[in-house]
Design a protein around this ligand. Structure first.
Ligand code: BJ8
Length: 425
């Protein structure tokens, strides 16, 4: 970060405050990640990325912008990133997982809303997220109430493009969704001042498909073999988090290289956890870095996390876009809409597919229990917990529900509850 100070200043980052936050983030990473036993060698790349997360990567994004390629920041996986990638740009997740910006956000937002939204808004007010500062615009969506109203306030500080995501999946809703994707493409053309061709968009789809396929591969290697867990849940989560920031092609290659190593480990029977370690799935709301709270609690008390049924997790990478036989832009938008409408965010009603998928994933992975994790005041996931836990109980699946924000205060209490849960299964 030191060597990029000038660049950070030029994009409006509060350099001193940013340096302090980065130092805190790096210390937390070192304390929680580097001491894990027998980490795969391929994690060296992701450790390096952490050290350059607000340095070299920011320089790369700003180089793209200098070439008039779009830089789009987002807090939601509904963003049709294939279109941004097709335009040669970068589509990335913005900072929104830290408690350190919440107090600033509360000068403009109510206290009793989701910490992700407050954290993200606070990063903009503090100017301490170099990704936010680098973005041509922030992608907003009409998913939950708090987010959709925050865009109106955030727009005072940064350009925002809001996409209307329906809350039901009827034919008329899906038609509107497809139109919204077409409109998003026009917005990208306006930002980059350049027409975007069908061939370029298909190229973008192929790159994003390759990235999602690499993550599907990682998911299978870490979770599908009950006897061998070749990588920790914490490292796997961090790899997924990096996927929301890194250069797409370099990232895909690094994840695949790591998967080659994990395949080797599986063949040789190398596991990072002792035999009979309880295998836990995490369900629920996104886990934006540096929110590693639940993984640290589980993996420091004798459990292993084998999957995140979360938007920073399985919900993000489970489906690819089928571009076979696409010959027109409208057809491509339809295929994108079909793929994105498979996302089972709790903002939809009904959302029964999510519950069925969770049970299926649990059985496929031969997991031992699930933790339903929701951020405080996330009404959609909190309310949906009732139906999900009811279905899990019918199947005899052990489940612990945890609601938490980003403050460190409940870390001890969460650890105690997780410990008791792991002992009970
Ligand atoms: S697709 S889960 S990323 S909306 S901000 S809903 S935690 S109260 S982030 Fe989400 Fe897109 Fe859905 Fe996924 Fe709740 Fe907080 Fe709202 Fe949140």
């Amino acid at each position: 970060v030191e060597q990029h100070k000038e660049l950070l200043g030029s994009i409006g980052v509060d350099v001193d405050r940013h340096a302090k936050m980065m130092a805190m983030g790096l210390d937390a990473y070192k304390a929680q990640f580097l001491g894990q036993p027998n980490r795969p060698k391929g994690m060296a790349y992701f450790d390096w990325f952490m050290s350059e997360i607000q340095g070299q990567r920011i320089a790369e994004i700003n180089q793209l912008r200098a070439e008039k390629k779009p830089a789009v920041g987002t807090f939601c996986i509904f963003v049709p990133e294939e279109i941004v990638v097709g335009a040669g740009g970068a589509c990335y997740g913005l900072c929104g997982g830290s408690n350190a910006t919440v107090a600033d956000a509360e000068t403009e937002l109510p206290r009793n809303i989701c910490p992700l939204i407050k954290s993200a808004h606070g990063f903009k007010l503090q100017r301490t997220c170099a990704y936010t500062q680098s973005s041509d615009f922030i992608y907003g969506e009409t998913t939950c109430e708090a987010k959709k109203k925050t865009w109106e306030i955030l727009a005072k500080h940064h350009p925002v493009h809001v996409m209307n995501i329906p809350h039901m999946k009827r034919e008329k809703d899906l038609k509107m969704w497809q139109e919204e994707i077409a409109e998003f493409k026009e917005h990208i053309e306006q930002v980059s001042e350049k027409k975007l061709s069908l061939a370029e968009m298909i190229e973008g789809v192929k790159k994003v498909n390759a990235k999602r396929s690499a993550l599907q591969r990682l998911d299978a290697l870490r979770g599908m073999n009950p006897d061998i867990m070749p990588i920790s849940g914490k490292d796997s989560l961090f790899i997924t988090q990096v996927g929301f920031m890194d250069d797409i092609e370099r990232y895909t290659q690094k994840v695949n290289e790591l998967c080659d190593e994990l395949e080797e480990r599986v063949r040789e029977g190398v596991s990072v956890f002792p035999a009979n370690t309880p295998r836990i799935m995490i369900l629920g709301t996104p886990l934006a870095p540096p929110n590693w709270k639940i993984h640290t609690a589980v993996e420091s008390t004798g459990g292993a996390i084998i999957n995140e049924e979360s938007c920073i997790g399985h919900r993000y990478y489970k489906d690819n876009v089928d571009v076979e036989g696409v010959t027109s832009e409208d057809e491509l938008y339809a295929r994108l809409m079909q793929r994105y409408s498979k996302i089972d965010c709790a903002c939809f009603t009904p959302n029964t597919g999510r519950t069925e998928k969770i049970v299926q994933m649990y059985k496929e992975r031969k997991a031992d229990g699930v933790i339903y994790y929701t951020l405080s005041f996330c009404h959609t996931y909190n309310v949906e917990a009732h139906l999900v836990t009811e279905a899990l109980a019918k199947e005899g699946i052990p489940c612990l529900v945890i609601e938490s924000d980003y403050s460190p205060e409940d870390a001890g209490q969460i650890k105690t509850r997780v410990e008791a849960f792991l002992e009970s299964i």
